[in-house]
Design a protein around this ligand. Structure first.
Ligand SMILES: [Zn+2]
Ligand SMILES: [Zn+2]
Ligand SMILES: [Zn+2]
Ligand SMILES: [Zn+2]
Length: 308
């Protein structure tokens, strides 16, 4: 793989050397290197190179600033327009500048097709590659993918809360900011939790830092609906988690109980008054003390180790 350094490309257009002061979206998880390797063509099924034929892909080391709008610093994406002197900017900035160049004040004149082709051909790993995303995205579409990548941060599902976090970071938020009661559990082992009938949430924290939310939704004149959710299992297989709930009555000498077995459903946002998927209905008067005593069992499918 041949490597070319474009570090010292002439930046007459003021494109490359300016330091970035802003970036949109839920972008970088760590300080990005000032240079990244950008590959031409698709990462999956790359064309077979002919040995000695001179065709196929080449690896190019390029300063990504060269591919960003020099005004707003967002990645350029087609159509890329330029002035008579070849200065480029993104469509949004051209529009704000009323189609006059920010450097030489000339009117926007034509498209820069060559740069558009470079933007489409240049592919980078997803911002969240270190978290497991294997997608390779074109430079111009990278921000769009980053904003919707299933490996990106999830939003807190609690109404009115704008917190975003990665899995593993939710426990602190729920305990500190929402002050939900919490209990640790072990997969495959039943644990008993107690909470007030009026408490809307109870958090269950697993040994693998996976966090589950027991939602307690009152149903008018009927009772309480209980269901277990995971914050965002998009990056995991939802079928890997199942759970069982059992609530014993404490009303007098009656020893009945209600029980539910179900798959865990993932939620991205929660609206009060709404129950998704299966739920356990605890009838009114089932818990006379006002305290719910719930036996919870969460199961996780063991990883299948392939046999040779
Ligand atoms: Zn711009
Ligand atoms: Zn210009
Ligand atoms: Zn991704
Ligand atoms: Zn929150």
């Amino acid at each position: 793989m041949a490597k070319f350094s474009l570090d010292d490309v002439d930046d007459e257009g003021g494109v490359a050397k300016r330091r970035k002061t802003q970036r949109g979206g839920g972008g970088e998880t760590s300080n990005p290197p000032s240079q990244r390797e950008i590959k031409g063509g698709e990462a999956s099924n790359p064309p077979q190179k002919e040995t000695g034929g001179g065709g196929g892909e080449i690896g190019v080391t390029i300063d990504p600033d060269l591919l960003d709008c020099s005004i707003c610093f967002y990645p350029l994406c087609p159509p890329v327009n330029q002035c008579e002197n070849g200065h480029v900017a993104c469509p949004s900035c051209w529009s704000k500048l009323q189609h006059k160049c920010h450097i030489c004040n000339l009117q926007v004149q034509c498209r820069n097709i060559a740069l558009e082709k470079v933007l489409e051909a240049a592919h980078l790993p997803c911002t969240y590659a270190n978290l497991g995303c294997r997608k390779s995205v074109s430079y111009s579409q990278r921000q769009v993918h980053t904003d919707t990548c299933e490996f990106g941060p999830s939003s807190c599902p609690i109404p009115g809360c704008a917190q975003k976090a990665f899995s593993g970071e939710w426990l602190g938020h729920f305990l500190k900011d929402h002050r939900f009661p919490c209990s640790h559990f072990i997969y495959g082992q039943s644990c008993t939790i107690r909470f007030n009938q009026g408490d809307p949430y109870f958090t269950l924290f697993g040994p693998d830092k996976e966090l589950f939310l027991l939602v307690n939704e009152p149903v008018l004149n009927i009772g309480n609906a209980l269901a277990l959710y995971c914050i965002d299992l998009a990056h995991l297989c939802q079928n890997d988690f199942s759970y069982e709930l059992m609530v014993d009555t404490d009303s007098g000498s009656n020893t009945s109980s209600v029980q539910l077995k179900s798959q865990v459903v993932s939620i991205k946002e929660w609206k009060r008054g709404e129950v998704r998927g299966s739920f356990l209905l605890v009838p009114l008067g089932f818990s006379l003390s006002g305290e719910m005593k719930v036996h919870v069992l969460i199961n996780k499918k063991l990883d299948v180790i392939p046999l040779d």
